[in-house]
Design a protein around this ligand. Structure first.
Ligand code: GAP
Length: 527
């Protein structure tokens, strides 16, 4: 299958990953020590981009709405909260281990394979008298050489040799039998080795709280939260009693979540530490389905506002049987990443499941009293739950472009540009003096930088030709650049005194703007 038809553009993804490293958006965590799998650090530009996204989400969902309030819950979570929510007993993935390489694989993500399974009952080494009895199998796929099975089996049995001097090649395999298999997920696609039976693997990070705790003390167990949602449910009563909120209303939270994912992959897409932006929107039962549809629309509009067009988003109406058992309706909002169409956010109608569970487990009433009809009930909830890191990745993928442009000398060249929406761009404006060895130009440019810096992220640059400075800003997605030149100083014409060149990233157009109008113009553009 071609890359285009499989929907996977590996070359594009490699360019994006390389740009992110080169310009300081994303680094692998603990890279100097070989890296911590599934964890990422955002560099200076990535940190700005992520902050802008979170701030815009908070503004749109909390500040600009009367019906949603915020929460900032603890990451360390009481074990009872997660027992009630079902995470302690059930938040797991089926996993199996490769008997040869020890690689751990998600059982439900193994690609089915067909071929001939070569099975053995054990192995021996005549000269030394060593033997081992253990069943083992290797899959030889159609078209592969059968000797692969024997070589792999010898490597497997060699693990049990006590004398390391014995070469695996000298091991004799016992009781070889073959069998045709179709669409089997019992073998490692990488090497054909048999896998262990799938076992459930809980994805939560467990820890112990308190100085005197030891690992055997079950009462000190706490977990790093696997979602931000549960502290919202656990604090529902406190928020209700301390705020004059009336149904329907929401509680929003942005924060870190942790899942010990078996296969972290696709760059930052599936990580072990990530940030979520979640809203639990409480409502009456009769409004649940309607509000789920309304939230879907609201969230699609949000993505458009930050620069992810609707045509790149796919809505999956999750069918019965595939939704969480408590959910009456779930939409997955998916984005066309270079590595395939993948989930960005879930909008789920979770009914009254969570509050009911917490009420039952805690023994504390979590009902809402409706003044008008003098009735008590447990509210239902609609949950738009977005991944912050996934959205950052989508923003970078969407913004990335390599354009062919004609330079000042009339030659064609490649311009790498990130077309970020000004509201989420990490740097809002580059400020340049035309020449760095003209103190008057430098002084004026520094004045403009100081004027704008309290309001937005400004990057001052005086190194190299102006064209190269523009390109450096294009590559990190800076929407505007301001150049202070001799016209600014009024050296050519009094009319252009105190005006600067404002250059727009996407059109590359330049126009003159009075310095006095700059701040307002930019503030408007980045809002
Ligand atoms: N409270 C509901 C909940 O947590 P989820 O579908 O498991 O639902 C919601 O997660 C969102 O969190 C996902 O749509 C995704 O954007 C993000 N997310 C989940 N697991 C993630 C991971 N391992 N790495 C990065 N983001 C993740």
């Amino acid at each position: 299958m071609s890359q285009a038809s499989s929907g996977h553009d590996t070359a594009l993804m490699e360019k994006i990953v390389s740009l992110c490293k080169r310009r300081g958006f994303v680094f692998q965590s603990a890279e100097i020590y070989g890296g911590l799998n599934g964890c990422w650090d955002y560099g200076p530009l990535g940190a700005e981009l992520k902050r802008n996204l979170k701030e815009y989400w908070w503004r749109k969902n909390v500040q600009e709405r009367e019906d949603i309030v915020g929460l900032d819950g603890s990451i360390l979570t009481h074990q009872d909260v997660l027992k009630a929510s079902g995470h302690v007993g059930g938040f797991s993935d089926p996993m199996c281990d490769c008997l040869l390489s020890k690689a751990r694989l998600r059982a439900d993500q193994i690609e089915p394979q067909s071929g001939t399974a070569y099975s053995y009952s054990g192995a021996s080494h005549e000269e030394s008298g060593w033997s081992v009895e253990r069943p083992y199998s290797v899959l030889v796929r159609d078209g592969e050489n059968e000797n692969k099975a024997r070589k792999t089996a010898r490597q497997y049995y060699a693990q049990f040799l006590t004398d390391r001097q014995i070469s695996p090649k000298k091991i004799e395999l016992q009781g070889e039998v073959t069998e045709e298999v179709k669409e089997s997920t019992r073998f490692n696609p990488e090497n054909g080795s048999l896998l262990t039976e799938p076992r459930e693997f809980n994805l939560m990070f467990k820890t112990h709280v308190g100085a005197s705790s030891d690992d055997a003390d079950e009462s000190s167990v706490a977990y790093l939260r696997p979602e931000t949602a549960q502290s919202i449910f656990a604090q529902f009563k406190n928020v209700l009693e301390t705020n004059r909120v009336k149904l329907p209303f929401g509680i929003a939270q942005i924060g870190k979540s942790f899942r010990n994912e078996i296969n972290p992959r696709n760059y930052t897409f599936r990580s072990r530490e990530f940030e979520q932006m979640e809203i639990e929107y409480f409502c009456r039962e009769e409004d649940g389905m309607r509000l789920t549809d309304e939230w879907l629309e609201t969230r699609l509009t949000f993505y458009e506002e930050i620069g992810i067009p609707r045509e790149k988003l796919h809505i999956l109406d999750v069918p019965d049987g595939e939704r969480a058992h408590y959910s009456k309706k779930t939409y997955d909002i998916e984005y066309e990443f270079p590595f395939g169409i993948q989930e960005l956010e879930g909008v789920a109608y979770r009914t009254d499941y969570d509050l009911t569970k917490h009420q039952d487990h805690s023994g504390k009433p979590l009902e809402y009293f409706d003044d008008e009809v003098k009735e008590k009930f447990i509210p239902h909830v609609v949950e738009p739950s977005a991944g912050c890191d996934r959205t950052v990745l989508a923003l970078i993928c969407e913004a990335f472009e390599e354009e062919t442009v004609t330079n000042e000398k009339g030659k064609e060249e490649t311009r790498t540009v990130l077309h970020f929406s000004p509201r989420i761009a990490p740097v809002k404006v580059g400020v340049f003096p035309l020449l760095k060895n003209k103190p008057e130009l430098v002084e004026k440019a520094r004045e403009i930088q100081a004027m704008l810096a309290p309001y937005m992220t400004v990057f001052y640059d005086e190194g190299g030709a102006i064209g190269r400075r523009y390109r450096r800003q294009d590559e990190i997605g800076t929407p505007y650049c301001v150049t202070v030149d001799f016209d600014t100083l009024g050296e050519n014409d009094d009319e252009t005194k105190d005006t600067v060149t404002l250059r727009e990233r996407d059109s590359m157009e330049q126009r003159r703007v009075p310095v006095g109008e700059l701040r307002e113009f930019l503030l408007d553009a980045i809002r």
